[in-house]
Design a protein around this ligand. Structure first.
Ligand code: PMP
Length: 464
């Protein structure tokens, strides 16, 4: 039986779900946020805990005052909360607090690039966010595991490539869930394959960790996840914290990515003795508030239950798909009927430019969605069927209208009623395209079409 999240108490956990916002006609409506894959709103328990902690807030580490000790303890204890959330090894792993997933992967790529090894290949995939592609490029030979015609990762191609590179793959670097299509990758199967051929695995958990349970598994297991990265702001905890987890011994050698105070043991003008990890990789003043927010969010999500969250969001996904598919002109860019998915849906409404639809949805119905390539360009180019020649054309002609998709993504607090409103306005737009295109093209730039107004590719293709 389908779980009905409409009456869920989960909405009460979220700040701002009843926030009124203005439409283009001046009326106010309750905001609907279907852009949770970009960032999530704030949990009440997170803000309560921030307030609770604020009187105790002080500099982390090295301060002699009482509050500094309290702040340092809370910050350090945060590592254990993170470890038990993803079942990382308390003896052998280190939890490094970062700004976000992007910084976490940059740290890892820098650290691994200093290891003396014959393994010089990183196997990334066609579905990676720029955060899990670009940091590898200037340090390793990078190859990309293929996706099939629906954009699903090809496990056959992964194994072929692992065989072809014969022991020189250092790392399989793969997203746990796609921020474009929502597909959940079989990370344990991928881990087992990587290990079989002598490679390690990094899971980019930015989209996976907030929506389903993740288990790094023991070091003895073939399915062990060697490295994991994720961001707090995608799990209802702003304040700028992120996480990188991996074997402590890997971070002992070499120089840290960010260098400065806090990362050092002893320094002269000739010599630097680095601190032990995690301190070594957390130069500068640590983000205590961010860690309080993150650990509170983790505890709250655990008390709701990650499996329950997955189930709720999957119900929302199924409900949205079942209604969207009946709207004339909707084109999906992923297999809508898959099982293993977070609730992300990429689509276009035929005849309505992808950049225009979010504006119409926001101004007519107060619904927030995102469009573009979502910082995942090669994957979107593939899903849209663009050739290299097409892409070169867009590189060169800055005035060209850039292709893209619209994305909706749900969080644990969204409900059927909100989806009904979305479906209803989408249907109205689909049935009155010319009216809305003309109204909003004009709105975008006083009586000019978008192209005349110079809304070129660089201006609206950055939605991540
Ligand atoms: N990986 C994936 C799959 C993402 O969706 C994102 C954010 N859109 C990132 C990495 C980067 O996360 P952040 O911006 O928090 O560093």
């Amino acid at each position: 039986m389908r779980h009905d999240p409409s009456n869920s108490d989960l909405r009460k956990l979220i700040i701002g779900v009843e926030q009124k916002i203005p439409l283009s006609d001046g009326k106010y409506v309750t905001a609907i946020n279907f852009d949770n894959a970009a960032t999530t709103p704030v949990l009440y328990p997170v803000l309560r805990e921030i307030n609770h902690f604020a009187p105790w807030y002080s500099s982390v580490h090295r301060g002699g005052g009482y509050k500094s000790k309290v702040s340092s303890d809370i910050y350090e204890q945060g590592r254990a909360v993170v470890q038990s959330f993803v079942n990382s090894d308390k003896e052998r792993d280190v939890v490094i607090f970062t700004k976000n997933t992007t910084e976490a992967i940059n740290i890892l790529s820098y650290v691994l690039s200093q290891q003396k090894t014959q393994q010089k290949v990183i196997l990334s995939t066609f579905m990676e966010h720029a955060a899990n592609d670009l940091p590898w490029r200037n340090k390793f030979k990078v190859d990309y595991v293929e996706v099939d015609r629906f954009g699903r990762l090809s496990i056959e191609d992964l194994e072929d490539k692992l065989i072809r590179y014969r022991g020189s793959v250092k790392l399989v670097s793969v997203t746990g869930a796609s921020n474009v299509t929502g597909y959940l990758n079989p990370i344990y199967k991928i881990a087992a394959l990587a290990h079989k051929y002598g490679a390690k695995i990094l899971v980019d958990g930015a989209q996976m960790v907030p929506h389903t349970s993740v288990d790094m598994k023991s070091f003895d297991s073939l399915e062990h996840i060697d490295y994991l990265a994720f961001s707090a702001h995608k799990m209802y905890a702003p304040f700028g914290a992120g996480v990188l987890i991996g074997p402590k011994k890997d971070f002992m050698e070499g120089n840290p990515f960010v260098q400065g105070g806090g990362a050092i043991d002893l320094v002269t003008h000739k010599r630097v003795e680095w601190d032990e990890p995690a301190g070594k990789d957390e130069a500068g003043t640590p983000n205590a508030m961010g860690v309080v927010a993150l650990t509170t969010a983790i505890k709250t999500l655990q008390s709701v239950g990650m499996d329950y969250i997955y189930q709720i969001e999957k119900s929302l996904y199924d409900y949205a798909i079942s209604h969207m598919k009946n709207i004339p002109g909707i084109k999906f860019y992923s297999d809508p009927y898959r099982d293993d998915t977070i609730s992300v849906i990429p689509f276009n409404l035929e005849g309505v430019y992808h950049h225009l639809l979010p504006t119409i949805l926001s101004d007519e119905a107060g619904i927030a969605v995102r469009n573009g390539f979502f910082c995942t360009h090669p994957y979107c180019e593939r899903l849209l069927g663009l050739s290299e020649e097409d892409i070169n054309h867009y590189f060169e002609d800055e005035d060209e209208m850039f292709p893209g998709m619209v994305r909706i993504s749900f969080g644990l607090y969204n409900n059927y009623k909100e989806i009904d409103k979305f479906i209803s306005i989408l249907r109205i737009i689909a049935e009155n395209k010319e009216y809305y295109i003309s109204k909003y093209s004009k709105n975008l730039s006083s009586n000019q079409t978008m192209k005349e107004a110079g809304l070129c590719n660089h201006m609206f293709n950055h939605g991540c």
